[in-house]
Design a protein around this ligand. Structure first.
Ligand SMILES: C[S@@+](CC[C@H](N)C(=O)[O-])C[C@H]1O[C@@H](n2cnc3c(N)ncnc32)[C@H](O)[C@@H]1O
Length: 309
């Protein structure tokens, strides 16, 4: 899959094609070291052994790219790359908006002329193709990852290794931490049905009814994942978080427990740090809800309050 899509628009003197999107197969296009730059080869001509070689022509998609270079319009780019898990399949990643910056004619191996276009990704967009490339590189050699502390935090408890990384400062990971792959239920999280259930409905629900969905909440709830836990233990606070937490009820061996579950608040692009709001200070706990008082927040969000608890 590769090609140029374009629209015919009314120009100053005549109708002309303008490029709207490009799919790069990754086969013929030069992957520059900078993943924000794509050197794209035009279409047409012939590199097929059975056909006579010929020059590419400035028509259809090639003409559209040339006109878009002059107009400076944005072009959507989809970039293909090899699938490391299967030699016969390819992955296509939508990489956002690009503009065409340069074009030139080059001699192909056949001796014929081909068009080349330098297409540059517009700044300020979330990572797309570059993220896939980095992940593929880390899968080949995780030690190439900046700020790597541990190759596999789970010590093989999970089928996919989970790297522990700090690319912000020199702080190392916790000195004593055991990763748990499954939830360990503590008695204090066990739920029982509400005993003083006063329902005004006219249905047949009664106090202590097994179908009663109301539970006595174990309150206040204290979770310490300092030494034992899973990846959620490493989630930082943000004043503009991308997840929120909520208590959920979970059945385990015919007993009901309270779980804390995280939910996405919006679309989260791959490799984005997951964060949640640690909450507001509680008046009834000295020094705030974690007993340490306010801490200086480094979340970097434009809505940062400057502190968290
Ligand atoms: C539950 S841990 C989060 C994981 C922690 N960053 C780590 O590497 O172990 C909470 C601690 O992380 C740090 N932290 C989390 N969010 C932060 C933020 N927005 N600004 C500054 N420090 C933060 C604080 O030291 C906080 O006590």
């Amino acid at each position: 899959m590769a090609g140029i899509d374009y629209l015919i628009v009314r120009g100053d003197r005549e109708e002309e094609p303008l490029a709207t999107s490009i799919v790069s197969s990754g086969y013929y296009d030069n992957a520059a070291d900078d993943t924000d730059i794509l050197i794209y080869s035009g279409h047409g001509g012939s590199s097929n052994k059975n056909k006579e070689a010929s020059d590419q022509k400035l028509v259809r998609g090639n003409l559209a790219l040339e006109r878009s270079l002059q107009k400076g319009n944005e072009v959507r780019v989809i970039r293909g790359l090899k699938d490391a898990n299967s030699p016969t399949t390819k992955i296509y990643v939508y990489d956002g908006l690009y503009t065409i910056q340069e074009s030139w004619v080059e001699k192909a191996k056949t001796g014929c002329n081909i068009f080349k276009y330098k297409i540059v990704r517009m700044s300020g967009q979330p990572g797309g193709f570059s993220v896939w490339k980095s992940v593929a590189q880390w899968k080949e050699s995780v030690s190439s990852r900046v700020g790597l502390i541990l190759h596999d935090l789970t010590l093989a408890a999970e089928t996919i290794p989970v790297a522990l990384v700090n690319d912000v400062d020199g702080e190392r990971g916790p000195t004593c931490f055991t990763y748990l792959a499954s939830v360990r239920y503590s008695k204090s999280f066990k739920l029982s049905h509400q005993t003083s259930f006063a329902c005004n409905c006219r249905n047949a629900c009664q106090s202590g009814d097994e179908n009663n969905e109301e539970y006595d909440m174990p309150y206040p709830l204290v979770i310490s994942a300092r030494n034992v836990g899973n990846v959620a233990r490493f989630m930082n606070h943000s004043c503009e978080p991308n997840t929120f937490w909520q208590p959920v009820v979970y059945e385990n061996n015919s007993e009901t427990y309270l779980n804390v579950a995280f939910f996405a608040m919006r679309h989260i692009p791959p490799m984005t740090e997951l964060t949640y709001d640690y909450g507001t200070p509680r008046d009834d706990v000295p020094g705030g809800s974690n007993g340490h008082g306010r801490m200086r927040c480094l979340c970097g969000s434009t809505r940062c309050k400057g502190y968290f608890v």
